[in-house]
Design a protein around this ligand. Structure first.
Ligand SMILES: Cc1ncc(COP(=O)(O)O)c(C=O)c1O
Length: 353
């Protein structure tokens, strides 16, 4: 079995893949594939309803919230959030490439204040000690910076609605989701295949929408129609439902987080102790999901990558804006996979150290 460290679309739990395969062949024993059933049929109705309820339940969100299944990826949310909610001005924390792209989209709709940025340090840390203007319509954060390997370990307390792009750390740890007015995430890291975007929204916020918004760009359409105004991405939603079942079977977010912590600790220990390796992100902001590191002898990169591939570790090439390596350790990645990578690092250090 390959050790899949890819950043996304990414590893899924084997039982989820097995269920997906089964549903593609014969969905619910209906003799039809999940790929060929109506989104208005009874069987799919049960799927979307379970996915919707689980999305809220796992994060401890009650009736004040709705879970929406949208399309267009997190990148579309970069525009939909300001389209719906930027009336006066919005505040953004610039922690990486994706945050930056979100900021660019907000600028189409109104004043966009960047309260702090770590761009000058190639986003190797999360800025702290910033002020969020009290009159901002919302404050947007990116909880995990997939490319640079940093993560917000403390969700900021602010007096304005809090919005988060959680694409790469959704359901990876216990958080107080009630702190947020809106959370969004493309499914393709911790939840399923690409093609569906999960949005968790505090419904009362819709009262603040002041613009006339085309139907499919308005969160209200998805809230009012429980994501069934048009044809939703049926198969990705099915897989997401199975991922939620898997999370519950693991013992919920408490256990998922424990496992993620153990994996990250194992890999960061190797990075810190083996002289040939060096972490990219500031220690206190290190991500539990995307672990970035470089070699102190960059000329050995190709050889190291070849050895990892020989050990069946795939997807470790770092993003071009950081270089080096990135091990994505999403929920479904097993500790054995991290150990396999650490074994290669240890042997490589012995040879070259
Ligand atoms: C944190 C973050 N935000 C946004 C995106 C973009 O997501 P999508 O490709 O679903 O638009 C990504 C993709 O990797 C991401 O990691």
């Amino acid at each position: 079995m390959k050790h899949n460290f890819t950043s996304g679309p990414a590893i899924l739990p084997p039982p989820v893949i097995e269920k997906a395969v089964e549903a593609v062949k014969n969905f619910n024993g209906s003799g039809l594939s999940i790929l060929e059933v109506s989104h208005r049929g009874e069987d799919f109705d049960a799927v979307i309803e379970e996915a919707r309820k689980s999305a809220l339940e796992i994060y401890g969100l009650g009736d004040a919230y709705e879970a929406l299944f949208m399309t267009g990826g997190a990148s579309t949310q970069f525009a939909l959030v300001p389209y719906n909610f930027l009336n006066n001005k919005a505040a953004y924390l610039d922690t990486g490439t994706w945050a930056n792209k979100a900021i660019k989209e907000a600028q189409f709709f109104g004043q966009t204040d960047v309260v702090a940025s770590s761009k000058g340090d190639n986003y190797n840390h999360i800025p702290k000690g910033y002020q969020v203007p009290a009159d901002a319509d919302y404050f947007h954060i990116t909880t995990n910076n997939t490319i640079f390997g940093t993560q917000l370990h403390h969700i900021p307390n602010v007096d304005v609605p809090l919005v988060a792009d959680m694409s790469s750390d959704i359901y990876s740890r216990e958080i107080d989701a009630n702190k947020f007015h809106l959370i969004y995430a493309g499914a393709q890291k911790n939840l399923g295949p690409s093609g569906v975007t999960l949005v968790l929204i505090r419904k009362s916020w819709l009262e603040q929408v002041k613009r006339a918004i085309p139907t499919m760009f308005a969160y209200k359409t998805f809230v009012d129609n429980l994501s069934l105004y048009n044809t939703p991405p049926v198969f990705p939603i099915y897989v997401m439902m199975e991922s939620f079942r898997w999370i519950k079977q693991q013992g919920g977010l408490k256990e998922v987080e424990k496992h993620n912590n153990e994996k990250a600790a194992l890999l960061y220990k190797a990075i810190d102790e083996l002289p040939l390796f060096k972490g990219v992100a500031a220690t206190e902001d290190r991500s539990l999901m995307n672990i970035t590191f470089v070699l102190s002898k960059p000329e050995l990169e190709k050889e190291f990558l070849k050895l990892t591939e020989e050990a069946d570790c795939v997807g470790l090439q770092g993003h071009r804006s950081v270089g080096g390596f990135r091990a994505s350790t999403y929920n479904a990645l097993r500790k054995e996979s991290v150990q396999a990578l650490v074994d290669v690092m240890t042997a490589f250090s012995k040879k070259h150290g």
